[in-house]
Design a protein around this ligand. Structure first.
Ligand code: NAD
Length: 447
């Protein structure tokens, strides 16, 4: 059985309760984890609070050495490099015998809450800058995918990070989430997950004025202009929608085609969906798309597709579960493409977190941008064109934290990443990724 990490010790739940972690390809139990309760949340936050003063005052060079030693991810390396380069400013003041300084101090105890779809990357996006900044951390991964996260945290911790600096607590968000978010000793919540959960966290955090960064849902639009390279655009669309069985925050979730290239594009993307995305157990040779995460997740995507079809959309590829004995126990769905999708259907207005792509046709760039922006979300976006004027207009006007031009959804460590509108706020990655973990403090020195 996996464990939690609290105050340097790997521990089970005091209640003895556990959660089963299942393989979505066949429903088999992979392992179990302890089911934490409010008392473990309290122990972990207390440990992080106790460890904070020493960790925060350790020199950046020493903090960097701890983080660097693990080398489990580029993210660790990126932020470890910053730990000894954090600095403030000298500011002249109007008073002759005084001057000002700004310092950057760690915000304190950080609660990091992560979803199931990229458990390690999204953990690293929070834990690495937090530790580099001198914060201590209580991490709660999703209870369906906690195993790789727990192992990685134990490896990071094993380089000798002082007890209490890095802690994990496991349990369903609905049960221990409130205890974590409302704990009075927590100074910051770094959350990635659904918009609805983010709204709840933001409300609860307001009670103690705990700062939050929220990386939430998205419904990224892709605009394909009449001068686009259709072969490259369709290849990118297929990866953008079917990678990780469509369960990615940054993904091609709505496609807006100029009329002139619409038929050619739709024929090609449907062809790719049918031929290039064989479904099956992700551990098997030749499989390109694995199952969805849970039965509920598949049912949600299926109902979004059914809603579009009921309102007149046509299925160009997929649209159903694959048939055969090997698919009976997993949450599989074929790579799906739909055209004539109504703009008020669920596929257009909600986040589709699975391998189903709605296609819309637009008159021109203004029409495309208006429709792309007619979403509560604003995470990623992309445009395919050879015309720099069109590309620039899209980059300026698309309401999103990222716009790719003739490319899609790869988020670079060097560039700040984060949403606008109901996709959240606050940046991960880039130098800006540290800002959420540092407080800028002003100091006046009189002499
Ligand atoms: P989720 O909101 O259901 O859960 C995310 C985490 O929050 C889990 O650890 C969960 O246990 C916890 N949680 C649930 N309820 C809670 C509560 N009341 N208080 C505190 N914690 C609680 O999200 P999910 O289904 O695991 O993840 C998928 C969603 O995440 C999608 O909407 C996706 O777009 C989004 N996402 C966003 C990004 C991004 O960077 N913007 C990245 C990946 C995923």
């Amino acid at each position: 059985m996996a464990t939690m990490l609290i105050d340097g010790q790997t521990v089970g739940a005091q209640t003895g309760k556990t959660i089963e972690v299942r393989n979505p390809a066949n429903g088999e139990i992979v392992d179990t984890i302890p089911k934490g309760s409010a008392s473990e949340v309290d122990a972990a936050v207390e440990a992080a609070a106790k460890a904070l003063p020493a960790w925060a005052s350790l020199s950046g060079t020493k903090r960097a050495a701890f983080i660097e030693a693990t080398r489990v991810a580029e993210n660790l390396e990126f932020f470890a490099g910053f730990a000894d380069k954090l600095r403030g400013d000298y500011v002249p003041l109007e008073d002759q015998n005084k001057f000002g300084l700004t310092m950057r101090r760690p915000v304190g105890v950080v609660v990091a809450i992560t979803p199931w779809n990229f458990p390690l990357t999204l953990m690293a996006n929070k834990v690495c800058p937090a530790l580099a900044a001198g914060c201590t951390v209580v991490l709660k991964p999703a209870s369906t995918t906690p195993l790789a996260t727990q192992k990685t945290i134990e490896i990071i911790n094993s380089v000798g990070i002082p007890a209490g600096v890095l802690n994990t607590v496991h349990g369903p968000g609905a049960e221990i989430g409130d205890a974590l978010v409302s704990h009075p000793k927590v100074n910051k919540i770094a959350f990635t997950g659904q918009t609805e959960t983010g709204k709840r966290i933001m409300k609860l955090a307001a009670e103690n004025v705990t700062r939050v960064t929220l990386e939430l849902g998205g419904s990224d639009p892709m605009i394909v202009c009449d001068d686009a390279d259709i072969r490259r655009a369709t290849a990118a669309t297929a990866i953008g929608r079917f990678f990780n069985a469509g369960q990615a925050c940054l993904a091609v979730k709505r496609v807006y085609l100029f009329e002139q290239i619409a038929e050619e594009f739709m024929t090609k993307i449907a062809d790719r969906a049918r031929k290039e995305w064989p479904v099956g157990d992700g551990l098997k040779e030749g499989v390109k798309m694995g199952p969805l995460h849970t039965e509920r997740q598949r049912a949600e995507v299926e109902s979004q597709v059914a809603d579009a079809v009921k309102r007149g959309a046509k299925v160009l590829a997929g649209g159903k579960r694959p048939e055969g004995k090997e698919f009976e126990k997993g949450w599989y769905m074929e790579a799906t493409v739909l055209r004539d999708v109504p703009e008020d259907s669920r596929m257009a207005t909600e986040e589709v977190f699975g391998p189903a792509l709605p296609i819309f046709i637009v008159k021109d760039l203004d029409d495309a941008i208006a429709k792309a922006n007619a979403s509560v979300y604003g995470l990623g976006s992309s445009i395919w064109t050879k015309d720099l004027a069109k590309a620039r207009k899209a980059a300026e006007l698309l309401e999103a934290g990222y716009t790719w031009i003739n490319d899609i959804q790869v988020a670079y460590d060097q560039l700040p990443f984060g949403g606008t509108k109901q996709s959240g706020f606050g940046k991960e990655h880039g130098i800006e990724g540290l800002d959420g973990y540092l407080e800028k403090k002003s100091v006046v020195l009189a002499y």
